[in-house]
Design a binder for this molecule. Structure first.
Ligand SMILES: NC(=O)c1ccc[n+]([C@@H]2O[C@H](COP(=O)([O-])OP(=O)(O)OC[C@H]3O[C@@H](n4cnc5c(N)ncnc54)[C@H](OP(=O)(O)O)[C@@H]3O)[C@@H](O)[C@H]2O)c1
Length: 312
C-alpha cells in the first residue's frame, strides 16, 4: 500500500513516498481503507523532531498523521464490521500512522461517520474538534454561561465556538475582521477584533475561557473571568505563567492535552449529523501532494485546516 514514511536524511527528518505492506490488525482493531485524512500542526512539529516524535521514534516505519475517515475492510472488534464508514483520531498521543492507504485502528478510537457528511468533512472533524470538545467538557460549560474563545477562527477555536453555542452558552471570541461574518453565522455572539482591540478592555464576567495562544494571552484571559470562572489553555511549550496568576487570583486553570476517544468521536458524529458543527477546511490536497504540503508548512505559507483526499 501507499504510505508516506518519515526517515532521517541529511541531518533532519524527511518524508518519502513508500510501498509498505498493509498493517496487520490485532484484537480490538479494525483495518480502515482511508478515504480522507487531515493534517494538523502537530504532524509538522513531529516531523521537526518535536510534537509526538519521542513517542514514535522507536517504532519504525515512522508514519505521521492521526486523523482519518474511511471504510472498515477487516475487523477484529465487535463494534464495527467490514463496510462500516468510520472516522477518528487514531492512537493520540502515540503513533497514528495515518499517512497511508490503510490504517490499523483501535475500534475504541473510532465512531461511525454520519451518512450525511463526506469523508473529507469527517476527517476534518477529529483532532481539533476533539480538543475543543474535551476542553468544553472538562470545564463543564452550561447553558447561559459566558464563554470566551481566543483565536475563534482557528482550527480548535472554530469548533469551540460552535460547540459552546450548541450547549446554549453566550459566546465571545477574538478573530480578524475577515472572519467576523463566518463566525457569527456559526454562533458567535460577540466578536472582538484582535488586531485593533485588547480583549481585556472590552469583555468581562466570563465563566469559561479557552486559551489557544498561551504565554501572556493565557495570563490575560484569567483577568476576564468571574471569581467562579475556569480557564483551559492548550498550547504547549509557551510557559506556565498562567499557573501562578490563577493561584494568586484563586481561579481554576488547567492545561488540556487531547486524547483519542471513540466515545467522544460519537458525540462529534452526533453534532455533525445535526449540523451543529462543521470544520473550516482551508485546503484540499491529494495523497501524492502530502510531501509538498509539509514543505509549505515549513515555509509558513499554509494555514487553516488541511484535508487530503485519497482516490478510491
Ligand atoms: N493541547 C492540545 O491537545 C492541543 C490540541 C490542538 C492544538 N493545540 C495547540 O493549540 C494551539 C492552537 O491550535 P489551532 O490548531 O487552533 O491553531 P490555529 O488554527 O493556528 O489557530 C490559532 C488562531 O489564533 C489566532 N491568533 C493569532 N494571533 C492572535 C492574537 N494575537 N489574538 C487572537 N487570536 C490570534 C489565529 O488567527 P488568524 O487566523 O487570524 O491568523 C488563528 O485563527 C496551537 O499552539 C496548537 O499546537 C494543542
Amino acid at each position: 500500500m501507499k504510505a508516506i514514511v518519515m526517515e532521517p536524511l541529511a541531518g533532519r527528518n524527511q518524508l518519502q513516498l513508500r510501498d509498505l505492506p498493509r498493517p496487520a490488525i490485532r484484537s480490538g482493531e479494525v483495518l480502515v481503507q482511508v478515504k480522507a485524512l487531515s493534517i494538523n500542526p502537530v504532524d509538522h512539529k513531529t516531523l521537526q523532531g518535536k510534537g509526538q516524535y519521542e513517542n514514535i521514534k522507536n517504532d519504525p516505519p515512522l508514519v505521521l498523521g492521526w486523523d482519518i475517515a474511511g471504510v472498515v475492510v477487516e475487523s477484529a472488534a465487535t463494534a464495527f464490521k467490514a463496510g462500516d464508514e468510520v472516522f477518528g483520531m487514531i492512537n493520540f498521543p502515540g503513533h497514528g500512522k495515518a499517512y497511508a492507504a490503510y490504517v490499523a485502528a483501535p475500534a475504541q478510537h473510532l465512531a461511525l461517520k454520519p451518512t450525511s457528511v463526506s469523508f473529507e468533512i469527517a476527517a476534518g472533524t477529529a483532532l481539533s474538534a476533539l480538543t475543543a470538545y474535551q476542553a468544553i467538557r472538562k470545564a463543564a460549560v452550561r447553558a447561559g454561561e459566558r464563554v470566551f474563545v481566543q483565536g475563534a477562527a482557528g482550527e480548535v477555536g472554530f469548533f469551540a465556538v460552535q460547540m459552546a453555542k450548541a450547549l446554549g452558552a453566550y459566546v465571545v471570541g477574538t478573530a480578524k475582521a475577515e472572519d467576523e461574518a463566518l463566525l457569527k453565522a456559526r454562533g458567535l455572539d460577540e466578536w472582538i477584533n484582535y488586531q485593533t482591540t485588547d480583549f481585556e478592555q472590552v469583555t468581562q464576567d466570563i465563566d469559561f475561557a479557552l486559551d489557544t495562544l498561551g504565554a501572556e494571552a493565557a495570563v490575560k484571559a484569567l483577568h476576564i473571568l468571574k471569581p467562579t470562572g475556569r480557564l483551559i489553555t492548550i498550547p504547549s511549550g509557551k510557559g506556565e505563567a498562567w499557573k501562578a496568576e490563577a493561584e494568586v487570583r484563586g481561579l481554576q486553570a488547567d492545561f488540556l492535552f487531547v486524547h483519542s476517544s471513540g466515545e467522544d468521536m460519537q458525540v462529534l458524529a452526533d453534532y455533525l449529523a445535526k449540523g451543529l458543527i462543521q470544520p473550516r477546511i482551508a485546503h484540499m490536497f491529494t495523497f501524492d501532494e502530502i510531501i509538498q504540503v509539509h514543505e509549505q508548512m515549513e515555509a509558513g505559507t499554509l494555514s487553516g485546516k488541511i484535508v487530503v483526499r485519497l482516490e478510491s
